[in-house]
Structure formats: structure tokens, C-alpha cells
Design a binder for this molecule. Sequence first.
Ligand SMILES: [Zn+2]
Length: 176
Amino acid sequence: MPVIRSFMQVIADQAADETEASIDDLGGIVERCARSYSSSLADSQAKISQYRLKEKINQAQAGGEDIEKSLIDEVESWRDSRPAEISQEHSMRAANAIAKTVYIEAGRRTLVWVTMGSKSCAHCQSMDGRTVSTSKPFLAAGEDLKPEDAEPMTVSTTIGHPPLHGGCECMITAGE
Ligand SMILES: [Zn+2]
């Protein structure tokens, strides 16, 4: 939580500078955003853990393996793999979440999707420059994204801001 808060503070300061609006109590806005972000992050990580453990139990049962041992191996493997996964995805997600909050506080009515990173995929490139009202998502759950030179992709959840997918480095910027 302190890490998310300090990280969000840096992004919030940049976003506030960008809009040139004077925002009352930016620190309080960051605090509330970091709190709600941390609790939903904890929830989603708990669900991912549960899901992965259930999968392991099923696999171990189906393969006649020792269930307890395969669960211990799974949890131990998380120590190496998950911190990097979580920090990559959630640094992008948290940055975009606080930037959106600040733009709305600054009175902006639209948000613009900006594709970043040299390795951005066709799906992200097709989002570049897309502008939406701050009250609307960029993509609704179930909506298709069909770039010319790639397979169509159906989004499973509402996309209110980047990332679009794991490894996505897109950002939003303030519109009007
Ligand atoms: Zn992207």
C-alpha cells in the first residue's frame, strides 16, 4: 500500500501538471485511489491464487500425483514468477487509474489512448488516439477489436483505461 501510494503520487503530480488545473487535496485523492486500488488488487490476487491451486489439485488428481507436494511446488514457484508479473501489470494499471482520476478532477471531459513502447502489438496500435468521454469505457466487455493485420480479439472485461492485455504499456492522456 505505501508503495502504491507513493507511485500513484508521482503519476498524479505529472497528470496534474499536464492539465495545468489547480486541484484541491491531490494527496487525499491519491490516498483514496491507492486504498481502493490496493483492496481490489488483493481481492484479484486471492482469486488468481485460488484458481491456480484448484487447477493444481485437479491436475494432481487426474495424474495420480501427490496433491500436497504439487501444491507446495506451485506456491514456491510463485515466489519467482509472480512479483514480476504483478509489478509489470499493476504498475501500468495503477498509473492509468490515478491519471484518469486526476484528469476527471481537473475537469477534463475526454481521455485519449496513447500507444507506448516499441513492441506494441497491432491491437494496441489500433487503439492509439482513440478518444472517449470520461464517463465511458474505451471498450465494453465482449466488444471485438479487429486490427487489419492481426487476429480479432474479444475483450472479456470492460476496459476503462490501459492495459489492454498482459505486457501492454499503453497510457492515457487528457483530452478536452
Ligand atoms: Zn497496449
